[in-house]
Design a protein around this ligand. Sequence first.
Ligand code: NAD
Ligand code: AKB
Length: 321
Amino acid sequence: MKRILVTGAAGQIGTELVPALLDRYSGSRVIATDIKEPTEALAAGARFEALDCTDAGSCRRLIEEQGIDTVYHLAAVLSATAEGMPQKAWSVNMDGLFHMLEACREFGCTLFTPSSIAAFGPGTPADPTPQDTLQRPNTMYGVTKVAGELLCDYYHARYDVDARGVRYPGLISYMAPPGGGTTDYAVEIFHAALMAGRYTSYLEPGTQLDMMYMPDALRAAMELMDAPADALKHRNAFNVTAMQLSPERLADAIRAHIPQFTLDFDVDPVRQRIAESWPRRLDDTAAREEWGWAPEYDLRTMVEDMLVRLAERLGVTSPVA
Ligand code: NAD
Ligand code: AKB
């Protein structure tokens, strides 16, 4: 029986990861934690505790008291929000990870923590972006993601902490809203398409970024954690991707089901600058070779599933025939 702790569990990923963990490791104990109230979906499935990951003593105490053996550390401040409060972003993203790694070292836990396409910067080859390449991001979020990758490598090399992770692209999902990132438009556009038939994009036409549907993202986390350690050359910060989207490409795919849907643009210079510094397409060969990663959803199947499930959640008629 596993004893799993999830931090930042009330966010976009945690809301769906917690039930997925309960499903995959049935009989295991999963403790979901966050500084904000659990979402409805989360509250239904797991035991919930308040935990601020910047409070080292509370992190350590909970892990010891509950006999935790595996931590999914998701608590973070995302890219767009981080540019508005870089000092807070550093504290949550770096101190939080440091406290978790220290507790994992002390109590022998395995750790999963996501990095991001944000760990790359404007000098990185953008299409394709190799697994091992130049990383000089120019956002606070990106700086914390590269530093976090290095810190996880250090804890493995120095203390043998089994710290694993992937570099997620923008994640598209219907259960919980995204948490203040640059790729949030790819979720907002579905809500707008179903409720208003139109969307105004804050990214310019032609801004291409990697994206992935949430079911693939959850599977990536759990499959990497289940992979035999001796198969992993990288262990941490694996590039993973599923599709490459721009606002118009996504709008075209939505229009296959909602023909009258319209897209216009009102560009936000902060998020546009961030998006332009990120890869256009990750090379995920290392993840495919080392632990068998492969996405199941492409643009067409993701759009169909999103429209059906989001329509159900919003209580409107699904446009998918
Ligand atoms: P989110 O913003 O939706 O959720 C993060 C959660 O962390 C929130 O519920 C927030 O309340 C919580 N939190 C903030 N400060 C905290 C603190 N001090 N202590 C405890 N909890 C705190 O983010 P998410 O999308 O679920 O992302 C989870 C992880 O995945 C992050 O590391 C993020 O960088 C990474 N990631 C996400 C995406 C994406 O598109 N969602 C892409 C790449 C990487
Ligand atoms: C963001 O846009 O900040 C996140 C990410 C890609 O890390 N969705």
